[in-house]
Write a new protein. Structure first.
Length: 495
């Protein structure tokens, strides 16, 4: 209903008070404004107070400038931290007010996105995930979705046409959404994820062939009595160590899971049903489901992980052979040398040595992750000792030597944008006896076009990964059940 205002002499003048702080003191400003009367008898509101642009707003308890300041504080620090900062600046405001101001902000216009980056992030790890969409030309997020389902991403792509390039990881849901929602767009697989997946395959390969490095080279045609005794001592120590590894909690659990999953697999049950019955993650079941034997899964646990005691092992063995067998005394001695581990680690390390009565004199075999790191790093970034160690490792096992060659070829193809060499590289890997790399190659074959584009085109998902890391920081500032809508506002407006 249209209102008619009277601005004649019948208008009533009134005083409006606006509280503020001047020089740290509580003050207020008195304004003299007009109160306008409506002559329409059908209007619900008979009077209207005149507003001053830039200073007052109807029904507002703050000025536009102060509201803008509080909105920026809420976007940067969320509720409680923002309330503490505002109090320090002389503005008393509650955390709920800050959150309400952030929620009331309008979403920025998405517009047409030519190059789109897609990735997921955890709202609650292993339970709930979201999806962030980033404009790769401006490196700014354009939208945040409440899940990572293919249907949700497909709907967004359909509602926002014009996407020509989609940068994504190798998740099947995003690949399906790209093919359905933007069939004409070019899909580009992220190079970091490709290198990360290759590193996982290389680590498993090194773990499965780590036993080759423990074999001593035969330098003498006829071993002496001292060498025979040392060899027997070494074999006895390795036997005790292997027995402890086979009876470890991780090894026993792996064997039980492999037997249970293999039994269900032979009955014709699928991966999803097995994961639901056993209460395991689908990726875990898939790894056991396609494993040829339990030895393939026990490669890494048997090889062992790097520990803080590794670089003190030689000194510890020498002292033990000299007659110093007290674990407490040796622990204090190692602490003086810089050892920062626990006493129980030293005690458990000495336990098999007490069984055989002495510590075997043997060369130190590098751990699986250290060897993997040597293979994956550029030769120019390796020290002289690391280069010598890598050469010794590769000379001890032809399978690891072949693996290192494939890693070097893939790195050259990835950094040089030589995607046309992908097929030949996959054929070369398939020709060698490297089961873990074969599985990596089969994964490349299922998403061949996107991977080849990732190894050829200059597009990358680096900006998306940066926003995912920023989202993790924003989540840490969220207290209680603040809600997905608030996190979405902060992602879109605080970048």
């Amino acid at each position: 209903m249209r209102c008619l205002f009277e601005t004649s002499a019948q208008s009533v003048r009134t005083h409006a008070r606006r509280y503020t702080a001047i020089a740290g003191r509580s003050s207020y400003v008195v304004l003299q404004v007009r109160r306008l009367l409506c002559s329409n008898t059908g209007c619900d509101r008979r009077t209207f107070v005149e507003q001053i642009d830039g200073l007052t707003t109807a029904y507002a308890r703050t000025t536009p400038l102060l509201r803008e300041i509080l909105e920026k504080i809420g976007l940067a620090l969320a509720g409680r931290a923002g309330s503490r900062l505002a109090s320090t600046l002389g503005v008393s405001v509650g955390r709920s007010t800050l959150l309400r101001l952030v929620r009331a902000l309008p979403d920025p216009p998405a517009g047409m996105v030519t190059v789109l980056g897609i990735d997921d992030f955890a709202l609650r790890r292993r339970h709930r995930y979201g999806t962030v969409l980033v404009d790769m030309d401006t490196h700014r997020p354009v939208d945040v979705l409440a899940d990572r389902k293919a249907e949700t991403v497909t709907k967004w792509l359909t509602e926002h046409p014009g996407t020509q390039v989609i940068c994504r990881d190798r998740a099947g849901a995003y690949a399906e959404a790209a093919r359905t929602g933007a069939p004409e767009a070019i899909e580009v697989a992220d190079r970091w994820h490709l290198w990360h997946n290759l590193a996982e395959a290389v680590e498993k390969t090194v773990a499965s062939h780590h036993h080759c490095l423990k074999k001593e080279p035969e330098l003498e045609p006829e071993p002496s009595i001292e060498r025979t005794a040392s060899e027997q001592l070494r074999m006895a120590a390795e036997q005790i160590h292997a027995t402890r590894q086979e009876s470890s909690i991780l090894a026993v659990r792996t064997k039980r899971r492999f037997e249970a999953i293999t039994t269900l697999k032979n009955e014709g049950i699928g991966i999803r049903t097995i994961a639901r019955q056993l209460g395991l993650a689908r990726e875990t079941v898939r790894r056991f489901y396609y494993a040829s034997s339990v030895d393939e899964l026990l490669g890494a646990p048997r090889a062992g992980k790097p520990t803080m005691l590794d670089k003190f092992a030689v000194h510890l063995h020498q002292r033990f052979n000299d007659g110093f067998t007290s674990a407490a005394a040796l622990y204090e001695e190692l602490q003086a040398l810089g050892y920062r581990g626990s006493y129980s680690s030293v005690r458990d390390h000495l336990r098999p040595l007490r069984t055989i009565g002495a510590a075997p004199a043997r060369r130190q075999v590098p751990k699986v992750r250290r060897i993997t790191s040597w293979m994956l790093r550029h030769p120019a970034n390796l020290t002289d000792d690391e280069q010598i160690g890598l050469k010794q490792v590769l000379a001890s096992c032809p399978h690891l030597e072949a693996t290192a060659g494939h890693v070097t070829s893939f790195a050259e193809m990835l950094t040089g944008r030589l995607g046309e060499q992908l097929n030949s590289w996959m054929s070369a890997v398939s020709a060698d006896d490297l089961p873990h790399l074969h599985r990596f190659v089969r994964g490349l074959d299922t998403d061949h076009a996107a991977i080849r584009n990732g190894l050829t085109l200059p597009y990358s998902s680096g900006a998306v990964e940066g926003h995912v890391n920023r989202i993790k920081m924003l989540k840490r500032q969220m207290y209680g059940r603040a809600g997905f809508d608030l996190l979405r506002k902060r992602i879109l407006l605080s970048s």
